[in-house]
Design a protein around this ligand. Structure first.
Ligand SMILES: [Zn+2]
Length: 455
C-alpha cells in the first residue's frame, strides 16, 4: 500500500508568516492556501480555543481555501479532536484534514465577505475531574504501610507498543511468529474493508481473512483500527463508514472482548467531515493513536541504534514508547534482521519494560488517572482501604498494579491481601532500591481490600 509522505514542504511555508501574527493567535497559523491574489483573511482569538476568521474577498471570484494550523503540543496545544468550524449562521462547514495531522485544517469558503469560527467543542457533561497524584498514595502511620498505584503494570519503568500498519500479509507470516518467539505482544492496525468496486487497492486483509481470524482466535496480539480501506473519506457518512465498518470487523474478530481500540486514520489519506473527530471516537469506542510514534522502516536509516536511544530515553523518563512498522522481511520496508535486532534491544530492557498492546497501555493510563486509594480503617492487625476507579468497566479492563511498602522490621511473608469477599489476592515481592516492595493486581473497579498482618 502507498505509505505516508511527509508534507514537510508545506510546513516550511510557515517560515514566511510574520512572527507577530502567530503569537497573537496563541500559536495558531491562519493563511490562504496556495493563493497570491487580492483576497485576504484575518483572524482573532475570541475565547480560549475559539477563533474568528474574517474573509475579505476584495475582487476575487473563485472560492478560497483557508489553511488553519493549531498548535498540537505544549501549553497552548488545542484539543484537535474536539475542533469544528462553523459559519456566522452556526452551520458546520466541511473541513479537510490529513489522516494523522488532525490539527491542520483546510476549509473551503466562497469568495464573499464573511466570518467563520474555528472552535473546540467541549464534551457533553464536561470533563470528569480526576484525582490528584497524591490521592493515589496512602501512607498509614498505624501499620507503617504505604500503598501506591504503580505508574505502569507490574511496576515497570516504561511501556512499549510495537505497531504494524496496513494488514500486510508479512504480519501473519513474519511479524506475528517472530513476536511470539520473543513473547512480545504487537498491535496490528488493519484495514478490514472488502475491496471496493473501482478501488485501486487490493486488501491484504480480505485476501488472507482466514489467517487473520486464526490470529485473532490465538488472542496474543491486539487489533486496531486503520480505517476500512485506507483511502480517507469524503463527507460525514463516508467517514463514519470507514471508521465504523473497521471497528465492527474488529469486534467480530474478538468477540466478548472490550470494544475499546486504537485508531489511526493512516498516512497519506485525506478526510473531509463537518464533525469533530471526537464524535467518531466516542461513537465507536476508539482512541486516537496517531501521534508520537517512531517509524521503523529501514528507509529512515539507522533504525536499531535510533530505537535503542529513544527506548532508553523513555525508560529514564518513565514514558510510553511507540514504534511502528509496515511490511516485514527481506525486500519489505523493514528487513527481518533489523526487525529482530530491534526486538533484541527491547528484550535487553525487558525487566524494566511493559511490552503491551496500544489499548492495554491506553487503558492502564486512563484507569490509573481515574483512580485513588482511600483509607477505611487500620489497627495493629489490619489495614482496610477502598480502591476507587471511575472508568467504564465494560471498556476499561486492564488490571492495575498496587504496590505496598512496609517497614523493614516487618516480615513480608506475614502480609496477606484479601478482597471484600475474603478471597486471598496473590502477592509478589520485588526488589527495589533500598529494600523490597510487594505488588498485587486489581481489577479497575471500585472495591474494598484489606491487608492483614498474620502471625
Ligand atoms: Zn497505513
Amino acid at each position: 500500500m502507498k505509505q505516508f509522505q511527509c508534507i514537510a514542504c508545506a510546513a516550511s511555508l510557515l517560515a514566511v508568516l510574520p512572527v507577530m501574527h502567530a503569537a497573537d493567535l496563541g500559536g495558531v497559523i491562519v493563511r490562504l492556501d496556495g493563493y497570491d491574489g487580492p483576497a485576504s483573511v484575518s483572524a482573532q482569538l475570541v475565547e480560549p480555543f475559539k477563533m474568528q476568521i474574517t474573509v475579505n474577498p476584495a475582487n476575487e471570484t473563485k472560492s478560497l481555501a483557508i489553511r488553519v494550523e493549531l498548535p498540537n503540543s505544549g501549553s497552548r496545544a488545542w484539543p484537535a479532536a474536539d475542533v469544528e468550524v462553523r459559519d456566522a449562521q452556526g452551520r458546520a462547514l466541511m473541513v479537510r484534514r490529513a489522516g494523522i495531522e488532525w490539527s491542520k485544517l483546510l476549509i473551503s469558503v466562497p469568495a464573499v465577505a464573511g466570518n467563520y469560527f474555528v472552535q473546540a467543542v467541549h464534551p457533553a457533561g464536561g470533563k470528569p475531574s480526576l484525582p490528584s497524584e497524591k490521592e493515589r498514595v496512602l501512607a498509614d502511620d498505624t501499620t507503617g504501610l504505604r500503598l501506591g498505584i504503580a505508574k505502569w503494570h507490574d511496576g515497570r519503568k516504561a511501556a512499549l507498543s510495537i505497531r504494524f500498519d496496513d494488514s500486510h500479509p508479512t504480519h501473519l507470516t513474519k511479524a506475528m511468529p517472530i513476536l511470539r518467539e520473543y513473547g512480545f505482544r504487537g498491535t496490528f492496525m488493519i484495514n478490514p474493508g472488502a475491496s471496493e468496486p473501482g478501488g485501486r487497492r487490493r486488501s491484504g486483509f480480505e485476501a488472507h481473512q482466514a489467517e487473520w481470524q486464526a490470529a485473532a482466535r490465538q488472542g496474543d496480539h491486539e487489533f486496531a483500527n486503520h480505517s476500512a480501506h485506507h483511502r480517507g473519506a469524503v463527507g460525514d457518512d463516508d467517514m463514519e463508514a470507514e471508521i465504523g465498518e473497521a471497528a465492527q470487523a474488529i469486534w467480530k474478530l474478538t468477540p466478548g472482548k472490550s470494544k475499546l481500540m486504537a485508531l489511526n486514520l493512516g498516512g497519506g489519506t485525506r478526510w473531509e467531515t463537518t464533525r469533530t473527530l471526537r464524535y467518531y471516537l466516542e461513537k465507536y469506542h476508539q482512541f486516537d493513536a496517531s501521534q508520537n510514534s517512531t517509524g521503523m522502516d529501514d528507509s529512515y536509516g539507522n533504525r536499531v541504534a535510533n530505537f535503542r536511544r529513544i527506548l532508553e530515553q523513555h525508560l529514564s523518563r518513565g514514558l510510553w514508547c511507540r514504534i511502528h512498522y509496515h511490511c516485514i522481511g527481506d525486500g519489505g520496508a523493514s528487513s527481518e534482521a533489523n526487525f529482530r535486532a530491534a526486538l533484541d534491544v527491547a528484550k535487553e530492557h525487558q525487566s524494566k519494560l511493559w511490552i503491551a498492546g496500544m489499548a492495554d497501555i491506553h487503558k492502564y493510563q486512563s484507569e490509573r488517572s481515574a483512580s485513588k486509594l482511600k483509607l477505611q480503617q487500620s489497627d495493629s492487625k489490619r489495614l482496610t482501604f477502598e480502591f476507587i476507579c471511575q472508568t467504564d468497566a465494560a471498556l476499561f479492563d486492564q488490571p492495575l498494579t498496587l504496590e505496598v511498602t512496609h517497614p523493614q522490621s516487618l516480615d513480608a511473608s506475614r502480609l496477606k491481601v484479601k478482597d471484600a469477599q475474603g478471597n486471598v489476592i496473590p502477592l509478589r515481592t520485588a526488589p527495589v532500591e533500598g529494600g523490597s516492595v510487594l505488588r498485587f493486581d486489581v481489577a479497575p473497579r471500585t472495591a474494598v481490600y484489606s491487608i492483614e498482618m498474620t502471625r
